[in-house]
Ligand binder design. Structure first.
Ligand code: PLP
Length: 421
């Protein structure tokens, strides 16, 4: 199936007489005829649903669809994008370990890694990924377990050179984990360029309509955990909590995603709800149409802003004068999503005034919505970062983030134009 067809048909193909739309299995439990059948499920000797904390048929269908769209061997839908990152990292890191992360990350991901995981005993080194691989290799240590990056960074829209950064990770014996929230698998599939694990906030374009919180983790199946036994022993040693199952032996290429579910989703309890998975599925059905229109509108808005005398600088990867253009042409040939940011010529207060004068465009702590929304990161999403971290993430007091929606682009530009005036 081609991508647009998978968006509609992957994950759920109703049989004769079954519901045409994906049913919401609003049930915590599933019925079995014998204890023996249930025992097999608990021992991981049979696949099936028994409790919606671990798996649920509605969520499962959406997981299969997302795995198909990203080109992975399996996926897990989580209760939020934050939960997806937490599970994705804790599946390979524990106290005493170390993560290498790019500085251009969403503020919440930085906080999760730099503050919360630090409390768990996991250290992090932030890197400027534009430096050479030789230089960046010096950050990797024997206890480094992961390299973390974003396809299109939030909010400065830097484009990751996935192939080069995947090589950096692999040369240092660790997997590359990429947040593909803004690009979505329609605009870029990081696994095709060497990423090992892909993480999403489905709250954004996948849902697309700002209805439900959610996240996803996709396993490419390509990282050879057994070949890196010294670093990732948990994949190749018997798991006492499952009668000695060895993940790489029992589940082969799906070792990572199965382990994440049966250990962490089980213990941390952050699977996506069936209702929210239903919303994600609804959004995925129209993903290609929406991403084309988001990208086309954003490019026109970026061009308008970059020609405006009150605008200092516009960050949009596919703008003709963007520093990211070469990477965008390689990784985002179909479009660069609806997210852009720009610096107003003026102070933090001028930015607040401008935002308050917008009428059609609302202030919301969100991005990647069907409607155009605006945010001033320094006073909202990134306010927990120190000045140094803000500067590292390229966020200045006069930076404004715009998430261009699906309205007629002339109405969006008219609103921006009047607020700027
Ligand atoms: N990753 C990116 C790129 C994000 O923009 C966000 C949230 O804005 C997250 C992850 C976290 O997702 P959630 O808000 O669904 O927890």
């Amino acid at each position: 199936m081609e991508f647009a067809t998978k968006c509609l048909h992957a994950g759920y193909q109703p049989k004769n007489g079954e519901a045409g739309a994906l049913p919401i299995y609003q049930s915590t439990t599933f019925k079995y005829d014998s204890t023996e059948q249930v025992a097999k499920l608990f021992d991981l000797q049979a696949a099936g649903f028994f409790y919606s904390r671990l798996a649920n048929p509605t969520v499962d269908a959406v997981e299969q669809k997302i795995a198909a769209l990203e080109g992975g061997v399996g996926a897990i839908c989580t209760s939020s994008g934050q939960a997806a990152w937490m599970v994705a990292l804790l599946n390979i890191c524990q106290s005493g370990d170390h993560i290498v992360a790019c500085t251009n990350l969403y503020g919440g991901t930085i906080n999760l890694i730099a503050v919360t995981l630090k409390r768990f005993g996991i250290e992090v080194s932030f890197i400027d990924e534009t430096k050479s691989n030789e230089e960046l290799s010096s950050y990797f240590k024997p206890n480094t377990k992961a390299l973390v990056a974003e396809t299109i960074s939030n909010p400065c829209t830097k484009v990751l050179d996935i192939e080069r950064i995947a090589k950096l990770a692999h040369d240092n014996g660790v997997p590359l984990l990429v947040d593909n929230t803004f690009a979505t698998p329609y605009l870029c599939r990081p696994i095709e360029f060497g990423a090992d694990i892909v993480v999403h906030s489905t709250t954004k374009y996948m849902d697309g309509h700002a209805l439900g919180l959610g996240g996803a983790i996709v396993d490419s199946g390509n990282f050879d955990w057994a070949a890196h036994k010294d670093k990732f022993a948990e994949f190749s040693e018997p798991d006492a909590s499952y009668h000695g199952s060895v993940y790489t032996e029992a589940f082969g290429k799906a070792a990572y995603i199965v382990k994440a579910r049966v250990q962490l989703i089980r213990d941390l309890g952050c699977l996506q709800s069936p209702q929210n998975a239903f919303y994600v599925n609804q959004g995925l059905e129209t993903l290609p149409l929406r991403m084309d229109r988001h990208s086309a509108n954003a490019l026109k808005v970026a061009e308008f802003l970059s020609n405006h005398p009150k605008v200092e600088q516009v960050f949009y990867p596919l703008l003709a004068n963007s520093s990211e253009l070469a990477l965008a042409n390689k990784y985002l040939p179909k479009g660069a999503s609806g997210v852009l940011s720009f610096k107003l010529k003026g102070t933090k207060d001028d930015c607040s005034q401008f935002v308050d004068k917008l009428d059609l465009i609302n202030v919301k702590v969100h991005v990647a919505d069907i409607k155009t929304i605006v945010l001033h990161p320094a006073s909202s999403s990134h306010r927990q970062l120190t000045d140094e971290q803000l500067a590292q993430a390229g966020i200045s007091p006069n930076l404004i983030r715009l998430s261009v929606g699906l309205e007629d682009v002339n109405d969006i530009i008219a609103d921006l134009s009047s607020a700027l005036a």
